[in-house]
Design a protein around this ligand. Structure first.
Ligand code: ZN
Length: 572
């Protein structure tokens, strides 16, 4: 038994996430967590909401709420959706927690003690009407390049030209629209990432088993252009973790907060502490996951994220940990994902294009989505959601293959033998061949899951379902029953056991359906199989079961057409 720490990139607070976000981190992390638990490992699975930064402030202002209240409400919304999608976090924390405040301030202090924090004077735009400094992207004006009148201070959305706020013609505040702006001097703290470049480089070079997507992005940021740059860790904002050096005030930094990129990954640690605090456990219980001097040496730490988050997790967060010179756990494996596109374009939160988590659950149960998203996970390249592909995949894999097997076996047994596992008959060559085939698929399935090869794992699971269907098709218990009921009984007994086995193996992908299958089979035996033959005799003759409701309904052409229209455009 191993100890596995799993974190999913933490979703930003300002709105409901779309399915592309879900499949890029939280969902595959859940798949792996469920699998690892099923194999008997001790798992700590952590996620949280990422609550600081200007976008949260602006979203709160738009909603007419104080930002703390807005974040508290949105956290509940996201936690509820995560739970309904079956995301089995041990704790779903909040980056605005007191635990994260304390840890973020602690890390900043430790980095300063190591000489890795530098004070830098900068010129930044200040809005007199708003009484605050404005980040570049919250200054709007006319693009000097193309004349677009809603260009942002960092980039023109129309012609994509990179800009400085001072390039804009007629600049104004995106917060209030005020043109009463001036450039002021302000001091910020920078993390001297460049001083850690060689340490980071050799650490990443040693990770030969990481996905190429992960290491190639990290190496690009390390070596392209001027190489790894120092990075500001503070902002002139109200909402965030106040800048402190550990417990002490930081002279000259009054009224400033840490930059959201700095405090967000520290929340992985803080959320584990939140878990311990919320469940009345001592500090040792969270520290044994994170402190290598307190037991975390034998922890395997795996992170899940979309490719846009790779630089922070391969460079900035490790720089924080290494630079602290304290014995914190570094990540062992980073599983990163490409993007999921939506029906010929991109998912867009701002335009409401694509399917969002709440909408998805309003039309179909979570398992339909979990299966499609995981079996089409954007691992080696970007992937695309289309309604036709979704319909085909659900109807074939879930309804025709898995659902149909469960329905046929249980209904046939009820009709001919009653609702209990039938006695009589012995295994023949057909069963021996099936068992050998399943044993080989099981080994492949485990190997792919251990390697976190999500698509390959899904394909192998599907092959396991297909093997049962093909066996049933060849063995034909409904035909054999007329002449040799004992033979039919042996076939049905094995097939009912196969339903239990399918439930156990499928649970990481489709936990609700797996639970319904187990419930129909009237068993709490969820032991992961070692030997297929033994596993297929778990339910003995005479064991009672019931015929479940239809596991998966087919998606009709009308539904397909209706839904593709409904989600093509702007979300209300
Ligand atoms: Zn432009």
């Amino acid at each position: 038994m191993a100890r596995i720490l799993i974190t999913s990139a933490i979703p930003y607070i300002n709105g409901i996430k779309h399915l592309g976000n879900l499949v890029g981190s939280q969902l595959p992390a859940d798949l792996y967590a469920r699998y690892a638990r099923a194999r008997g490992h001790e798992v700590m699975f952590i996620c949280a909401t990422d609550e600081h930064g200007t976008p949260a402030e602006l979203a709160a202002a738009k909603a007419g709420q104080p930002v703390a209240e807005f974040c508290a409400e949105m956290h509940v919304v996201q936690a509820d959706l995560a739970q309904r999608f079956g995301l089995s976090f041990d704790h779903f924390g909040r980056s605005s927690s007191p635990q994260n405040h304390a840890l973020t301030q602690h890390f900043a202090g430790a980095l300063a003690d190591q000489g890795l924090i530098e004070e830098v004077s900068e010129k930044q735009v200040y809005s007199n009407a708003d009484g605050r400094f404005l980040p570049d992207r919250y200054i709007e004006g006319t693009c000097p390049n193309c004349g677009y009148d809603k260009a942002r201070g960092d980039q023109c959305e129309n012609c994509t030209k990179q800009l400085d706020p001072t390039d804009l013609i007629d600049p104004r505040s995106a917060v209030s629209g005020s043109t009463d702006l001036e450039v002021r001097e302000t001091k910020h703290l920078y993390l001297r990432q460049s001083a850690l470049k060689d340490d980071l480089d050799s650490w990443i070079s040693a990770k030969t088993d990481w996905p190429i997507l992960t290491t190639s992005i990290a190496k690009k940021w390390l070596h392209d252009g001027d190489g790894l740059r120092d990075r500001g860790i503070t902002r002139d904002l109200d909402w965030g973790v106040p800048v402190k050096r550990g417990d002490a005030d930081w002279p000259g930094m009054e009224g400033k907060v840490f930059y959201v990129w700095f405090d967000a990954p520290i929340e992985y640690i803080a959320a584990t502490r939140e878990w311990a605090d919320a469940t009345g456990r001592p500090d040792a219980d969270w520290q044994r996951w994170w402190r290598t001097d307190k037991g975390a040496d034998d922890v395997r730490y795996v992170q899940f994220m979309g490719k846009d988050n790779v630089p922070f997790h391969t460079l900035s967060f490790p720089a924080t940990i290494m630079g602290s010179n304290e014995p914190w756990k570094l990540v062992d494996y980073i599983k990163s994902f490409n993007f999921l596109n939506y029906d010929g374009g991109q998912f867009s939160t701002s335009q409401g294009r694509g399917i969002f988590m709440d909408q998805a659950l309003s039309i179909l149960p979570a398992d339909y989505w979990r299966w499609w998203l995981l079996s089409h996970a954007p691992e080696n390249s970007d992937a695309e959601f289309t309604w036709d592909n979704f319909q085909t995949s659900v109807n074939k894999d879930l309804a025709d293959v898995l659902g149909n097997f469960v329905s046929r076996v249980t209904k046939f047994c009820r009709a001919k033998f009653g609702e209990q596992v039938p006695a009589g008959g012995d295994n023949t060559d057909a069963e021996t061949a099936l068992i050998a085939r399943l044993q080989s698929h099981l080994i492949s399935y485990q190997n792919h899951m251990d390697a976190i090869e999500v698509r390959k794992s899904a394909a192998e699971l599907r092959a396991i379902w297909v093997a049962g269907n093909e066996y049933l098709q060849t063995a034909e218990p409904w035909a054999v029953f007329k002449t040799d009921p004992e033979r039919a009984a042996a076939c049905v007994r094995l097939s009912l056991n196969l339903i239990r086995l399918y439930a156990v193996l499928s649970a990481p992908f489709i936990p609700d359906a797996a639970a319904r299958m187990l419930s129909a089979m009237n068993t709490l035996d969820t032991d992961w199989p070692v030997d297929i033959k033994t596993a297929l005799s778990a339910l003995p003759a005479g064991h009672e079961f019931s015929v479940p409701e239809v596991l998966f309904a087919k998606i009709t052409d009308d539904q397909n057409a209706d839904w593709s229209n409904r989600f093509a455009g702007t979300r209300d």
